[in-house]
Design a protein around this ligand. Sequence first.
Ligand code: SAH
Length: 365
Amino acid sequence: MHTLENLLRKNSFSKNDIVRLLTLDSDTERALLQKAAYAAATDYLGTNIYYRGIIEFSNICTLNCYYCGIRRENSNLKRYCLSNDKIINCTSWATGCGYGSCVLQSGERRDKHFISFVEKCITDIKNATKSNLLPDGLGITLSVGEQSRETYQRFYNAGAHRYLLRIETTNPNLFSSLHPDEQSYTDRLKCLTFLREVGYQVGTGVMIGIPGQTVEDLADDILFFHDHDIDMIGMGPYLPHPEAIIDTTNAMSDKELLPLALSMIAVCRLVLKDVNIAATTALQAMVPDGREQGILHGANVVMPNLTPTDVRGSYQLYDGKPCINEGREECRTCLEHRIESVGRTIGWNLWGDSPHFAHRMNQRK
Ligand code: SAH
C-alpha cells in the first residue's frame, strides 16, 4: 500500500485510492490532504478566487425533488419571479463592484414564456454590462435545470456560456429515492450531453451525505466527473428542509458531514486538477467559515448572493441558509476579507473560466 504522501502525489487515482482519501480518519492525515489540494489549486489555477454573483430570480418550480425547499408541492412558500429590470439592476451592481460573472438560478419551468424571459434577460445583461474592463460583458452561468437541447441552444446563442446541472448522485437507485418517477437519471445525463454538444462549459455536482449514500458512491461520483470530462463542480452537503420528504433518521451528523464535504472538494481537486470548483453556500450554512474552508481544500470559485433581500427568504432550498437578511453590499465586503484571510486574491473583472474547458477545446483542434 502507498504511504499517504505517495498517494497524494499520484497523477491518476483508482476508486480504491479515492475511497481511502475520503475516509482518512486522523486529523494529521486530513491536514495532509487539505494541504495537497490547496497546493494543487495554486499550481493549476493560480491564487485567484473568482466571483459568480448569484441571482435566485424565481422560486416557481414545476418539479418536486423530495429534498428541495422550493419543490412544487411545498405550499408553505410565497412564489416570486423577479422582473427583468430587477435582474439587470443586480447584474449592473455586480459589474460596478468588479464581479466578472453571474449565475442565474431558479426553480424549473419549461414553458415558452419562461424560456423567452430567460433568453431576453441574458441578452439584456450582456448589453448592459459591456465596458472597457469587461469588453464581452458579464460572464453568465445558467442554472435553470433540465431543458430541451433547443432551449439550451437558444440560451447559449443569447450569451450564456456556462451551465450548472447537478447530477445530484450518480447512483441511479439513490437518484430515484430523491425524485418522483417523472424525473429520471437518464434524462439528467442526456441534458449534460446536450449542454456539452451545444458548447457550454459544463458544471455538475452532487449532494454529499444523502441518507443511504456510501463513500463508494461518492468515489463513483468523482470518477463520473472525471470520465465525463466535466469543467466545473458545484457540490455541497445535503441539508434537511422542514418541507422535504426524505427520511433523515439515518442521516449523517454535522460532525461527520462537514469533513466529508471538505474532503470531497480536496479529492476532486487532486483527481480532476484544472476544473473550477465552487465553495458553495451550503458549506457556509453548516459553519460560518464554511466557504473559506472550501477554499483551503482547493475550491477556486465563490458565489456571493445578489438576490434582493425581500425575496431571499423565499428561496430556501434547505434549512438554515445563511445571510437571508444581509444586503448584497454586506455580502461583498464580508466575503472579500474572508477570502484574503485564507491567502487568496480576488480575480476582479475576470470571467475566470475553467482552464479545463480551454484544454479540452485545444485538444479538439
Ligand atoms: N432547479 C435548478 C436549480 C436550483 S436547485 C436545478 O435543479 O438545477 C440547485 C441545487 O441546490 C440542486 O442541484 C441541489 O443539489 C441543491 N439543493 C437543493 N436542495 C438541497 C438541500 N436540501 N440540501 C443541499 N442542497 C440542496
